[in-house]
Design a protein around this ligand. Structure first.
Ligand code: PMP
Length: 392
């Protein structure tokens, strides 16, 4: 017996599920060079346009000159440096919580928080549409793991009735493939009735949501009492890399003591923390970036409805266009690309079968003129796209 990898790959190709990595040949901006073509891109998570901000770049360069380019060791050995410490303090202040803990990626922050808080004999309940890292964390934890219907507090309540041990309710803040918001007030109230804790992964909410960009918890006016475990990622609106968990003194100490994905990995380069300190400052002070995003989203939704596209209930910069089959999603994405526009086709297993889509994302760096170019191209390509049952 040997591993038949070629059969596995061929099967994936035949199902229109084969994934390619576009090769970016110029910085992450609305106009990009990809695989030799100059394209207008609507697929970045750099929502506030900070990834190429000169002051953020300068902060990283100065950080590298001072601290070198590597973390050097794990945090508990000798990898925890002054920029990490300062960033943790700034993130705690930003989220209005006693402490924050820095991670190298959001994937690891999610694995760490869930596995440190629940294990055998406990229960973890998750929204069906949670990010893959949360679902993986639930499986890895060894706790009883069940998924409730998307954003459905009643479905959650039913599962809470059967829960045992410490119970953690976990939800994305903004759902990464649909762009909609978690119904946090109802979810938190339901969890509280059963003394369950709520953990929110607000990877896509920090930056775009809330009066100061502090995400979905700020958007709904909730506190640490409602959401004891708050996760944010830094590779999206912050424009840098990494993630954090914010919460009580005891929560953060528990993660430092028990979270294996925190303990057994090298700290992020301190220069990245220097860059994030600067982008946090900009994220808070330059409210016009959020305003520009909101304007773009409103204009896009209006235009898309006129074309007859099927949108989702999303008030965020993630604006999926539902297409149906994987083949049609790929075809639409290819037609747009022929017109110089880059938008990703999202297919199963990332989204449920039959709900393949274009995942259009906006950043504050997009102009109204660029958005109009997208709408014109969408109108043209949508008209050319064979209907579902006409697929070749
Ligand atoms: N949570 C959500 C909701 C995400 O969308 C992502 C990234 N796609 C992550 C976590 C993982 O974050 P990171 O990319 O920093 O690992």
């Amino acid at each position: 017996m040997s591993f038949d990898l070629s059969a596995r790959l061929a099967e994936r190709r035949a199902a229109h599920l084969y994934r390619q990595r576009p090769l970016l040949e110029a910085p992450q901006q609305p106009e990009v060079m990809v695989d030799g073509d100059r394209l207008l891109a609507f697929c970045s998570n750099d929502y506030l346009g900070l990834a190429n901000h000169p002051e953020v770049i300068d902060a990283m360069q100065q950080g590298a000159a001072k601290w070198g380019v590597g973390g050097g060791a794990s945090h508990l050995v000798i990898g925890h440096s002054m920029p990490h410490h300062q960033l943790e303090e700034a993130l705690a202040e930003f989220t209005g919580r006693p402490r924050a803990l820095l991670f190298s990626t959001g994937y690891m922050a999610n694995l760490a928080a869930v596995t440190a808080l629940v294990g055998q004999g406990d229960t973890v309940l998750q929204d069906r549409l949670n990010h893959a890292s949360l679902l993986d964390a639930g499986l890895l934890s060894g706790a009883r793991f069940s998924r409730y219907l998307h954003n459905d507090a009643e479905s959650l309540a039913k599962r809470l009735e059967k829960a045992s041990g410490n119970t953690l309710v976990v939800t994305d803040g903004v759902f990464s493939m649909d762009g909609d918001l978690a119904e946090l007030p109802a979810i938190c109230a339901t969890a509280k009735q059963r003394a369950a804790w709520v953990m929110v992964d607000d990877a896509h909410g920090f930056g775009p949501l809330g009066a100061t960009g502090a995400g979905i918890v700020e958007h709904f006016g909730l506190g640490m009492d409602d959401v004891p475990v708050l996760v944010g990622t830094l590779g999206k609106a912050f424009g840098t890399a990494g993630a954090f968990v914010a919460g009580s003194e005891e929560l953060i100490e528990t993660l430092i003591q028990f979270a294996r994905p925190y303990i057994y990995t090298t700290s992020q380069p301190p220069a990245v923390a220097c860059a994030t300190l600067k982008s946090l400052e900009l994220l808070r002070s330059e409210g016009w970036r959020r305003d520009q995003l909101n304007r773009l989203v409103a204009r896009f939704r209006e235009g898309a409805v006129q074309i007859g596209l099927t949108l989702m209930d999303s008030p965020t910069p993630i604006q999926p266009v539902l297409v149906g089959s994987s083949e049609r999603a790929l075809r639409l994405s290819a037609l747009l690309r022929e017109r110089g526009i880059l938008v990703g086709a999202i297919r199963p297993p990332t989204v449920p079968a039959g709900s393949a889509r274009l995942r259009i994302t906006f950043t504050a760096s997009h102009s109204e003129a660029q958005l109009d170019r997208l709408l014109e191209a969408l109108a043209e390509c949508w008209a050319l796209l064979p209907k579902e049952n006409e697929d070749a």
